[in-house]
Design a protein around this ligand. Structure first.
Ligand SMILES: Nc1ncnc2c1ncn2[C@@H]1O[C@H](COP(=O)(O)OP(=O)(O)OP(=O)(O)O)[C@@H](O)[C@H]1O
Length: 578
């Protein structure tokens, strides 16, 4: 692996980002070396004074040297600023976009393991931390190490003993901070874990505020949240404290270097083994040489801490994407489950052996007791998850070999919990097909009976509907979701009891529209109310992860099975009154 590849992989950078980081390292190295130029000029001046050769003719050299050193310092600082700061912000944007793009391609199973706060923290917080790391910590650390090595090598040409007196502190100080690596990393990981836990708590509180208030549980929630905030506080403080102990100790060791140089120089000078000029030069050099290194030590501990953030990012970036072909030759759009077995992350077998076919031009209803696996079956059909055993085909093509986005283009999905975006009603419906014209959007909305309530909104079709459609009723939200399905007009329709939040008037209107929509399509409905499945072509009863019964409604009603039992139960519950 080349150096660029290594940097790219280690710090989750793009090709350009890795190149910019190398440029930044070069810029810092030059900048650090240039800072030694004034020391050189002072050395020349001292040398001339001691030799008595100072005169007018040497003045241009001193003045020219000083001006050149100043110009070089300004130029390299400018170069360093450009190479680090400007490119870093561009790179941060690239990094965030790469993460978001990757998340888009990951299977939903990945999101089962990660909560929203964790992912948001990676995209925003970890990226911001890496932003500082790539603009400051890493280039300054590597730059300081390279420039110090160059200075140290050149010092060996003057006097070995004095050089050793000056440089022994460098590896010792470095080792002190580096030896603390396992402790600081562990503490940093812990602090990050508590921080995410706290963010998660805040997010949960905001999302569930309505329920917390209605059950007078806000106080209990605040007690829990306070505990989480305190945990973040104490872990961050102890992480900082331990870090400071090691960094400060290492910096004190560096200061010891000046003392040792003065002592060694004093002894050697008194013995006449070095000249006053050499002694003076070493004092000058050590007074400057430790400065970048002192900063580098702080940066080293910060770079060590960066490991936690990089690992978290790498976990996302290296996670296997769902792949598949885009050019499929479908033979119709039948969905066929053949001995399918599946379990979620927790390992509990949700589907044990499921086989059935949902034919094109027919409505297949999935019914069964709660937790029987109906939603899971529909998720597997759309490849939100991959089955563990057996095969699922669409139009004869195994879904595990189809590119997820290509597969989803075959589906119109109407979920029970509708997701709406903080945008206009028009754009929320257009999500169904992004290239649809306004007329097409309007037509789809009309079919889903959305137009009546949209026309009453203050800005009509341009009305913003608040985050997740919070300004709309449950029925209105669901009608928008159905309008999207009309607009997409895909050959397969997956519905999760789409009419659940509609009142009686709307329900019959929507049902009539749905009947038009589903003609000659493969329709898979997750049904909870038995009266809605009376007219379907096929019922599949899922219970305990297997197909317990399947057939046409009349047949199943005759048999004394689960379907008949569910119909009877529902009839009884319909007679229930408050
Ligand atoms: N993302 C998930 N991670 C882990 N387990 C899950 C997940 N989603 C569902 N399950 C579990 O899988 C089982 C089947 O759930 P599923 O939602 O498929 O059932 P269902 O028949 O649709 O239920 P309902 O009628 O109540 O909606 C349940 O035990 C449920 O707890």
């Amino acid at each position: 692996m080349s150096l660029l590849e290594k940097i790219k992989h280690k710090y989750a950078l793009s090709d350009q980002g890795a190149r910019d980081m190398v440029k930044a390292i070069v810029a810092v190295t030059i900048s650090d070396i240039v800072l030694m130029f004034p020391v050189g000029i002072l050395y020349l001046l001292a040398s001339d004074i001691l030799k008595g050769t100072i005169g007018r003719d040497r003045m241009p050299l001193y003045i020219g040297g000083t001006v050149a050193a100043l110009l070089l310092i300004i130029m390299t600082s400018y170069f360093q600023y450009n190479a680090t700061f400007l490119s870093t912000y561009i790179e941060s944007g690239v990094r965030r976009r790469t993460l978001a793009e990757k998340l888009r391609k990951l299977p939903l199973s990945f999101f089962g393991k990660k909560d929203l706060a964790d992912l948001t923290n990676t995209i925003m917080g970890d990226c911001a931390w890496l932003e500082t790391a790539s603009s400051h910590f890493i280039p300054e650390l590597i730059g300081a190490m390279i420039s110090t090595t160059i200075v140290v090598i050149s010092l060996f040409f003057f006097d070995l003993r004095m050089t050793l007196a000056a440089v022994w502190v460098l590896p010792v100080a470095f080792l002190v901070v580096f030896a603390a690596r396992p402790i600081t990393m562990r503490l940093n990981e812990k602090a990050t874990k508590y921080k995410i836990n706290c963010m998660d708590g805040i997010q949960e509180g905001l999302e569930t505020l309505r329920d917390l208030k209605s059950y007078n549980a806000t106080e209990t929630y605040m007690v829990g949240l306070n505990r989480k905030i305190k945990a973040v506080e104490s872990h961050s403080v102890s992480s900082e404290f331990v870090n400071a102990v090691f960094v400060c100790s290492a910096q004190m060791i560096l200061k010891l270097g000046i003392g040792v140089v003065a002592l060694t120089g004093g002894i050697l000078f008194s013995r006449g083994e070095i000249s006053a000029l050499t002694f003076f030069m070493y004092l000058l050099v050590v007074s400057r040489m430790y400065d970048p290194f002192q900063v580098a030590l702080q940066n080293l501990s910060a770079v060590i801490a960066t490991d936690t953030q990089c690992k978290r990012m790498d976990e996302i970036l290296s996670h296997k994407e769902q792949e598949g072909r885009q050019d499929m030759d479908y033979q119709g759009y039948d969905i066929c489950f053949d001995h399918v077995g599946f379990s979620y992350e927790d390992g509990e077998q949700v589907l044990r052996d499921v086989s059935f076919t949902a034919k094109q031009g027919e409505v297949t209803a999935l019914i069964g007791p709660s937790g029987g696996g109906k939603t899971t079956v529909s998720r597997l059909a759309a490849r939100f998850w991959d089955a563990d055993r057996g095969t699922i085909t669409v139009g004869g093509m195994n879904v595990s070999g189809i590119d997820p986005e290509t597969l989803l283009s075959l589906y119109s999905i109407v979920f029970q919990d509708v997701t709406l975006f903080n945008n206009t009603v028009m754009e929320n419906i257009r999500i169904g097909r992004k290239d649809a014209t306004d007329e097409e959007v309007l037509a789809a909305a009309k079919l889903a009976h959305c137009d009546e309530f949209i026309e009453k909104l203050p800005e009509k079709w341009d009305s913003m509907i608040g985050e997740n459609g919070s300004e709309l009723s449950g029925g209105e939200r669901q009608r928008i979701s159905i309008a999207r399905a009309f607009l997409k007009d895909a050959p397969i329709i997956l519905m999760d009891e789409a009419t659940a939040s509609l009142d009686v008037d709307n329900e019959s209107l929507i049902q009539e529209a749905i009947s038009r929509l589903i003609q000659n399509k493969t329709v898979l409905i997750i049904a909870h109310r038995m009266r809605t499945v009376d007219g379907v072509d096929k019922i599949v009863v899922l219970k305990d992860g297997i197909v317990a019964e399947s057939g046409i409604p009349e047949e199943l009603k005759e048999a004394d099975g689960i379907y008949r039992h569910m119909v009877e139960l529902q009839l009884r519950s319909e007679q229930w009154k408050y």
